[in-house]
Write a protein that binds this ligand. Structure first.
Ligand SMILES: Cc1cc2nc3c(=O)[nH]c(=O)nc-3n(C[C@H](O)[C@H](O)[C@H](O)COP(=O)(O)O)c2cc1C
Length: 189
C-alpha cells in the first residue's frame, strides 16, 4: 500500500485523536513496531493506547510508553476516552475481542470502550489459522462487519505460536507500514 502524504493529515485543523486498543494475542510482541510506525510516519496523530489485561501480561506497558501515552487507570474513563477518539483501532485483535464486540459485551476495559464509542472501529485480527477458520469466529467477524466496523482481512502466513513455541500457520496483521497508512487514511476522512 502506498504511504499517505503526511501533509494531507497535518492540514486538518485538529490533530487526529486515535486510541490504539491492544489485545492478548501472540502478535502483541510486535505491537511496538506498529506504534513506532505511526509515530515516525504520522507524528501529527495523537495516540493513546489501551491495553487489555492479557495484553499487558504479555508485554509490559512501559514498552508501549516509549511510543505513545498508555492509559493505565482501571476502570478507564471510557466515556471521556470514547468521546476523545476520532478513531479506535484494535491490534492484534483476538477471537475473544471479536466475540465481545459481536455480542455487545462490555466486560473488559477495551470492549467497554469499543462499545461506548459511536463510530466504526478499525480491527486487525491476529490468530492461528485454526482459530481464524473456526466457523464461530467467522460468524462473529461477519456480525462485527454488519455493525459497520472494518475488520481487516488478516494475511495467511508463518506465525510463531508462543503457546507452543513452534512455527505454525497464522492469519496475521499486515506489516506495520501498511497498518500505519490505513490508520492515517481513515482519520484523514
Ligand atoms: C500464549 C498465548 C497466546 C495467545 N495467542 C492468541 C492469538 O494469537 N490470538 C487470539 O485470538 N487469542 C490468543 N490467545 C488467547 C487470548 O489471550 C485469550 O482469549 C484472552 O482472553 C484474550 O483477551 P483480550 O482479548 O481481552 O486480550 C493466546 C493465549 C495465550 C496463553
Amino acid at each position: 500500500m502506498a504511504k499517505m502524504d503526511p501533509a494531507s493529515i497535518s492540514s486538518v485543523a485538529q490533530p487526529p485523536h486515535v486510541v490504539v486498543g491492544m489485545c492478548g494475542s501472540t502478535g502483541i510482541a510486535l505491537a511496538p513496531l506498529y506504534l513506532m510506525n505511526i509515530a515516525i510516519s504520522y507524528p501529527m496523530i495523537d495516540v493513546q493506547v489501551v491495553m487489555s489485561r492479557t495484553a499487558s501480561s504479555f508485554v509490559p506497558k512501559s514498552t508501549m510508553e516509549q511510543f505513545a501515552h498508555v492509559v493505565t487507570e482501571s476502570p478507564i474513563n471510557h466515556i471521556t476516552l470514547a468521546d476523545w477518539a476520532d478513531l479506535i483501532v484494535v491490534i492484534p485483535a483476538t477471537a475473544d475481542f471479536l466475540a465481545r464486540v459481536a455480542a455487545g459485551l462490555a466486560d473488559t476495559d477495551l470492549s467497554l470502550l469499543a462499545i461506548t464509542h459511536d463510530r466504526p472501529l478499525l480491527i486487525f485480527p491476529n490468530m492461528s489459522s485454526a482459530m481464524w477458520k473456526n466457523p464461530r469466529v467467522q460468524e462473529n467477524v461477519s456480525r462485527v462487519r454488519q455493525f459497520g466496523h472494518t475488520v481487516v482481512e488478516p494475511i495467511e502466513g508463518p506465525m510463531f505460536e508462543s503457546a507452543t513455541r513452534q512455527l505454525t500457520t497464522g492469519h496475521v496483521m499486515p506489516d506495520p507500514d501498511v497498518f500505519a497508512a490505513m490508520v492515517a487514511k481513515k482519520v484523514s476522512g
